[in-house]
Design a protein around this ligand. Structure first.
Ligand code: DAT
Ligand code: MG
Length: 140
């Protein structure tokens, strides 16, 4: 399996509760390396652009609202099988269905305020990394 990069975001519900370190620790313990990181308070327009794939879904307004309600930490993670590994350590979208030991099981408040985002495929990882970072900001 090749070395991969994926995009991760610590959402406002988690930064508000000072969980940036605890969440990053879980990612690092899973073997992922943080090769880029910055704190961003996204605008509604940025949130709409980032989540454009969900614009027809009934929860889109709520999603844009919550993602722009406070600071996030956007990160690029690197490691073997990084995309699938990050999804595994995140846990299911709905925290009531998330496995023991996952970030969402431990920290998420609800399906909407579920503490982290992670890319779901190589194409979305490349798009999402490019949405927030220039190549010079990523130090592998
Ligand atoms: P994931 O974040 O696990 O990739 P997704 O891509 O299906 O999940 O949805 C993106 C985000 O939208 C999710 O993290 C939280 C929000 N969301 C999804 N389903 C929702 C629902 N039924 N009600 C409220 N928010 C929802
Ligand atoms: Mg998704």
């Amino acid at each position: 399996m090749a070395l991969e990069r994926t995009f991760s975001m610590i959402k406002p519900d988690a930064t508000r509760r000072n969980l940036t370190g605890a969440i990053t620790k879980k990612l690092e313990e899973a073997g992922l390396t943080v090769v880029a990181s910055k704190r961003v308070w996204m605008s509604r327009r940025e949130a709409e652009g980032f989540y454009a794939v969900h614009k027809e879904r009934p929860f889109f307004g709520e999603l844009v609202e919550s993602m722009s309600a406070g600071p996030t930490v956007v990160q690029v993670l690197q490691g073997e099988n990084a995309i699938a590994k990050n999804r595994e350590i995140m846990g299911a979208t709905n925290p009531t269905q998330a496995a023991e030991g996952t970030i969402r099981k431990e920290f998420a408040l609800s399906i909407g305020e579920n503490s982290v985002h992670g890319s779901d495929a190589p194409e979305t990882a490349a798009q999402e990394i490019a949405y927030w970072f220039s190549e010079t900001e990523i130090v592998g």
